[in-house]
Design a protein around this ligand. Sequence first.
Ligand code: NAP
Length: 346
Amino acid sequence: MQKELSVAVIGATGAVGTEIVELIERRGWQLKHLLLYGSSRSAGSEIKFKNSSITVKALEMANYEAVDIALFAADSSIAKEWSPNFIETGAFVVDNSSAFRMDRTVPLIIPEINLSAVTSGTRLVANPNCCTIIMLMVVAPLRKFGKIKRIIVSTYQSASGAGRDAMNELELSTKAAVSGQEYQHKVLPHPYAFNLFSHNTPIGEDGYNGEESKVIQETKKILDDPDILVNPTCIRVPVMRAHSESITVEFEGNAPSVAEVQQALSEFPGVKVVDDREANYFPMPIDASGQDDVLVGRIRQDISNPSAISLFCSGDQLLKGAALNAVQIAEAVFGIKLELSPAMSG
Ligand SMILES: NC(=O)c1ccc[n+]([C@@H]2O[C@H](COP(=O)([O-])OP(=O)(O)OC[C@H]3O[C@@H](n4cnc5c(N)ncnc54)[C@H](OP(=O)(O)O)[C@@H]3O)[C@@H](O)[C@H]2O)c1
């Protein structure tokens, strides 16, 4: 019989934390306790779980001594301050923030790609950036065709990637715009309704913003390839949920054929090929929302480069780009067997 686990979700009221709680229910984890934590603002609120509800507690009240798995879905400062308490008392931690991603001692994991970087002594795993996960889910399977030299990627990132408050801002500003009313944006740096803008992270000296730098560095770490070249442009678009990415993959030798790429991607767990040229039907965020799989299509030879192929993908960055990936890491480490019920989100 599977061991019953005590699990804590830190940031359970947020966009990612809400999905983690739903996934734990949907995937049938056997639980002794589920402890839900937020800030003092949300302490006392109730979150539905199975046929009941669980009261959210302030993190300051955390009983970390009883916890087997702690899933962090709050910002980096919370992860840095609180994860050592959970680890020291024996918990295994998966962190969704960027706090530990580039720490050499912390594995950065996409289970389908590099689970072998987790060892028996690992107590802390970092979940990669959402764009990195979605991109690598459709790029890593292509390494079987030869060494990848360069990835050029442009992202179309949804509101939910910036959390619960950005989702509210998109909804409220769109309602205001269609009814001809003023809206003062508070969460994102530019008007959001019927607009798009460069990702809302600061630009570094090299001209790349914080999100783009994460995609570059994290790709090298996950693929264990310091030489791979990555050139991202990250854009926020007025889509509620699921990120899309236009990707060109350049090989050192000749590129595989379109049919070979379609076959490799259709065989890869967690990826679904949606590539109907006749019907002009390809991945869309509205189809990817609430789905565990990353959708990929528009697979074509790069007309300007015989060594490259181009493709387009959409993936629910709250699921595979965050909550689902974290939950899958814990499942792999603890040998949790799934008792799946239908998707509840989206
Ligand atoms: N959104 C995505 O697609 C995505 C993807 C990959 C990674 N991430 C990362 O995942 C983390 C969570 O992102 P999110 O989008 O879910 O953010 P969010 O919707 O803004 O939620 C933030 C969560 O953190 C909690 N929190 C804030 N201050 C706290 C405190 N002092 N003590 C305890 N809990 C506190 C909030 O609780 P209250 O309700 O009490 O405020 C809320 O539950 C971030 O590090 C983000 O970078 C997000």
